[in-house]
Design a protein around this ligand. Structure first.
Ligand code: PMP
Length: 342
């Protein structure tokens, strides 16, 4: 039997998300934090393994709501924010609009669910091309606009005025994906939720040292949360992740310090990379740096030969690689290897 003939045409033409395990000495490819919270693992000892987890993740949402100044009813929990993108598209459908290059899952999920997607190229500074976005917004009336700010893989924040214009003009939802907001000098969109009912903010714990847990969350008007909650699978966030997240979030000082070290290292790395001949780093407000080289495939392989794994982004941004900020020692190893390579 030819299984491929049974597969929906939208899925048959998809390419699976590239998340493979490549052996390396220094792992700087996946925008993870180099700092974990091993101490928080002790929280799992209290878990009854025979019981389902709290289906509403009440305790965890209460902690998060408190720190964000919103109510727990304004939050929806996901098994990573990837799952929440899925739920949003499943709930509201398409067309789905987003600027490119950006996080690939907006497109993969829209296509997998058979929804129409519209991609508008960013301008030369990797900011939103507001005229083209407005044209598509008016013509296609997308149900959802996804805006990743800071944007993956470019690293910059989009202009707040342009985001606000899109929120104001959109007849559908605008999802501001703040996966990298903790590393940014901008304060983010949570304070604007009150005035914009179509605004949804997406956050994740993955970039701040807890990627293993798979926990992301939406922040939005209660009505939006209630609708998306209808498609959420029961018990989507497991008990171990809930318990460890609560414990880790108590370590406010350590979390803050780790974020600060990463942001400082990023700024130091950009300066150092600017001094390497043949390397053009782009400004970043995230925990990674996009950089251009003459031959990205060659530089990628040469770095890997020296045990350093970065991400080859040249399919999406011509000539570019993306490096995640690691510990100062890892970053030093990367810089030395890059000097020898580029
Ligand atoms: N949004 C953006 C912009 C991302 O870069 C990523 C992770 N690469 C995600 C969402 C997904 O994060 P999570 O681990 O919470 O699924």
């Amino acid at each position: 039997m030819d299984i491929r003939r049974l597969v929906k045409k939208e899925v048959a033409s998809l390419r699976a998300y590239q998340a493979k395990e490549t052996p390396c000495r220094v792992k700087l490819d996946a925008n993870e934090s180099p700092y974990g919270f091993a101490g928080a693992l002790k929280a799992v000892e209290k878990i009854s393994t025979n019981r389902y987890p709290d289906p509403e993740a009440k305790a965890l949402k209460t902690v998060l709501a408190g720190s964000l100044g919103v109510k727990p009813q304004n939050l929806l929990q996901g098994n990573g924010s990837d799952e929440l993108i899925y739920y949003l598209v499943a709930t509201f459908g398409g067309p789905v609009l987003y600027p490119v290059p950006t996080f690939s899952m907006y497109g993969i999920i829209s296509q997998a669910l058979g929804e129409k997607k519209r991609e508008v190229p960013l301008d030369r500074d990797f900011d939103i091309d507001i005229d083209r976005m407005m044209t598509v917004l008016k013509k296609e009336k997308p149900k959802i606009v996804f805006l990743s700010t800071p944007n993956n893989p470019t690293g910059n924040c989009f202009s707040s005025e342009k985001i606000l214009k899109i929120i104001g003009e959109s007849k559908g939802l605008v999802v501001v994906d703040e996966a990298y907001q903790p590393f940014s000098s901008e304060k983010g969109f949570v304070p604007l939720l009150r005035d914009h009912k179509n605004l949804v903010i997406m956050r994740t714990l993955s970039k701040i040292g807890l990627a293993a847990l798979r926990f992301g969350f939406l922040i939005a008007d209660e009505q939006i949360i209630d609708e998306v909650n209808k498609v959420r699978l029961p018990f989507n966030v497991n008990a171990l992740s809930q318990a460890v997240a609560i414990e880790a979030l108590k370590k406010k000082k350590a979390l803050k310090e780790a974020i600060q070290i990463i942001a400082d290292e990023r700024d130091r790395m950009i300066v150092a990379m600017e001094d390497i001949k043949g390397v053009i780093p782009f400004p970043s407000e995230a925990n990674f740096i996009l950089f251009r080289v003459k031959d990205p495939h060659k530089v990628f392989s040469r770095l890997l030969e020296q045990g350093i794994l970065v991400r080859n982004i040249s399919d999406a941004v011509a000539g570019c690689l993306r490096v995640t900020i690691g510990t100062p020692k890892e970053n030093g190893l990367f810089l030395r290897a890059l000097e020898k390579t580029a």
